[in-house]
Ligand binder design. Sequence first.
Ligand SMILES: Cc1cc2nc3c(=O)[nH]c(=O)nc-3n(C[C@H](O)[C@H](O)[C@H](O)COP(=O)(O)OP(=O)(O)OC[C@H]3O[C@@H](n4cnc5c(N)ncnc54)[C@H](O)[C@@H]3O)c2cc1C
Length: 390
Amino acid sequence: MNNNTLFDNTEIAFALKSDSELERAYFLFKMISIEPLVRIGTAATHFAIKAKLPVEGLIRATVFDHFCGGVSEENCLPVIDKMYEKGVSSVLDYSVEGKENEEEFDAALRITLKIINFAEERKSIPIAVFKPSGFGRIALYEKMGKHDTLTDKETDEWNRVLNRFETVCKTAKSRDVSVLIDAEESWMQDAADSLITDLMRKYNTEKPIVFNTLQMYRHDRLDFLKAQHKLAKSEGFYLGYKIVRGAYMEKENERAEKKGYPTPICESKEATDLNFNSAVAYMMDNLADMSIFNGTHNELSSYYLMDLMKEKGIENSDKRVWFGQLYGMSDHISFNLSNLGYNVAKYVPFGPVKDVMPYLIRRAEENTSVAGQTGRELNLLSKEKKRRKQ
Ligand SMILES: Cc1cc2nc3c(=O)[nH]c(=O)nc-3n(C[C@H](O)[C@H](O)[C@H](O)COP(=O)(O)OP(=O)(O)OC[C@H]3O[C@@H](n4cnc5c(N)ncnc54)[C@H](O)[C@@H]3O)c2cc1C
């Protein structure tokens, strides 16, 4: 069994942070731990951006620089290089959200392709990522998932979505770069799942290149994983999955209640945790057929995977197993893992300041609602501040 205090080493966790960056991070987490402040701050920011007030500089110097790598992919390079010196890889995440037109979808495609080309040239970026909603309208995925008949216009539109997925996965395969596809709301996921399964069948013939995401707060995902495994084995392709708990719980529960169907979400946090562990254990039992990207800030989930690797005699650096966290969060997990030779990648969000605001607001809200996590970040930062003063 692993020693469950490994992540407590703050010297390793924050080695890349200067004293002033450490102070800024402490101040930031302190601010976002105060719920009313986040609510007021969010409203004020929305207003200021809409009113075109000059707040970008302020946002950039605070939340943006903490949670994002830069405004463009090139802009992120110093952050990426610095992290890679400590063995932590990057997944460049174009975090512009909520744009629903063809020009924006094509722009997201161009940026994703550029990132894959970038990744091919740099060992520090072994994996690319995109969101299905970046390539097509959510309502269209929903319609496809329900097997509704599409109009001719919608059929063309869907074909363009297919083309975008296809282009990315084909390029990723030719450049030998893995590509993670994020999971979003359950009502768009069926269409995304079947599309991604087709791409796995096509491009995961020698090893996993295309990775789907399983949100383990959904109680149906373990069965889905097992069914996918059966399918992949019978047809001879590899599976790649990013395992996460899931980020849209409130939205899922509210919609289910409003529309009167049973929620897809597990009945409790404990049930989600159990489901998450079961998926990780299942994947580790079948590692010959699949690769896992463990996307979590949960310490126990990270220790659990480390324990399973040890138990099964799997080397820390085995390329089929990745640990992932978001930039600006849980550095104590990322950097202590990389220090031990595990494969670790951080999502590095980037994009124009005003366009990544929805992402930043989610991070602020998440860190407010997951009170334990903010407390944890604050404790670790405070411990490191004290250590440096000694
Ligand atoms: C690298 C990376 C990639 C990610 N990609 C995606 C993605 O593609 N799609 C996506 O949706 N999310 C994604 N996430 C976010 C992720 O789903 C979680 O929201 C976030 O990581 C918090 O979960 P945790 O495991 O880190 O920590 P924890 O704090 O242990 O778990 C919090 C999570 O538990 C679940 N939960 C909380 N309360 C309950 C309850 N009462 N009942 C049931 N479940 C509950 C929720 O999912 C909540 O987010 C990603 C996260 C990372 C680190």
